[in-house]
Design a protein around this ligand. Structure first.
Ligand code: C2E
Ligand code: CA
Ligand code: CA
Length: 257
């Protein structure tokens, strides 16, 4: 697997897809999360859940991450131009990319080259990423946030980190993990966990996105609980740049349906 991943990255067998996020208050498209795909000539489409851990282990994620950053910001510039909307792009970041030391420069150069405001970009990191090298992480976040780039915690509630991290790292937003959203309408425990996360986020002034929303009942409950935005198959599956116009263009959405 390792050799396949290394080859796929070197040979650029990767591409990005984008999953929309909609505001629950107004139902409007707010932005997208960039998700990487790898099309291996030997094994076909490989899920990032399978190849990202290998790329992290080998260090290939650093070069791949630089490419993802440039490509996602490049495509965001096109989306903002074509939609006429102030859309944002949320980009997943692995701890190895922060440790490489040039992540801030990579983002800022891409933003400047493509004339995209830093406020239009969010970084998604997992809780686990924060506990590795906290000093460097804090300095890197400070640089990003100083320029208006928001920092989000991904898969919130599934890692090993303590709530103290929310204060220590001045996190801007939480993504509620799909595993909690799944049972929102059927499990009392999942409902309680989601309500508690959302109540805490509101009190701390953090923004929220619920991920993996697949049904109307989940959407209704999240709306009642005051979640800011949703992302999931119900409102839109990850799509190529070409197909993303369906999310801001209702006419083409009807044609695609
Ligand atoms: P994640 O960041 O938690 O991404 C959300 C995953 O849930 C995506 O899987 C997305 O396609 C999937 N998803 C979204 N809505 C639904 C839904 O309603 N139902 C179901 N069943 N699934 C849904 P994907 O694209 O396979 O990505 C898996 C993981 O791979 C990501 O989890 C992230 O940890 C990692 N990953 C993906 N792209 C990147 C990247 O560019 N950089 C890094 N470092 N990691 C990435
Ligand atoms: Ca993510
Ligand atoms: Ca997630």
């Amino acid at each position: 697997m390792q050799a396949i991943i290394t080859e796929a990255i070197a040979e650029r067998h990767c591409y990005l897809v984008y999953q929309p996020q909609f505001g629950l208050g107004d139902g409007e498209l707010k932005g997208f999360e960039a998700l990487v795909r790898c099309q291996s000539p030997h094994f076909g489409l490989i899920s990032p859940a399978d190849f990202i851990p290998f790329a992290e282990e080998s260090g290939d994620i650093v070069e791949l991450g630089r490419w993802i950053t440039r490509q996602a910001i490049h495509d965001l510039a096109k989306m903002r131009k074509h939609s006429g909307m102030p859309l944002y792009m949320s980009i997943n970041v692995s701890p190895r990319q922060v440790q490489a030391g040039d992540i801030y420069e990579t983002f800022m150069k891409a933003l400047m080259d493509l004339n995209v405001p830093p406020q239009a970009v969010k970084l998604e990191l997992t809780e686990t990423a924060l506990i590795q090298n906290p000093g460097l992480i804090a300095r890197t976040f400070k640089a990003f946030q100083g320029d208006g780039i928001k920092i989000w915690l991904d898969d919130f509630g599934t890692g090993f980190a303590s709530l103290n991290l929310l204060r220590e790292f001045k996190i801007d937003g939480l993504k509620i993990d799909k595993s909690f959203v799944d049972g929102l309408h059927s499990s009392e425990d999942d409902f309680t966990i989601c309500s508690a996360i959302l109540a805490m986020a509101q009190r701390l002034g953090l923004s929220t996105v619920a991920e993996g929303v697949e049904s109307d009942p989940q959407l209704q409950i999240l709306s009642q609980l005051g979640c800011d935005s949703v992302q999931g198959y119900l409102t839109g599956k990850p799509a190529t740049l070409e197909d993303c116009s369906q999310f801001w263009n209702p006419a083409s959405k009807k044609q695609c349906a």
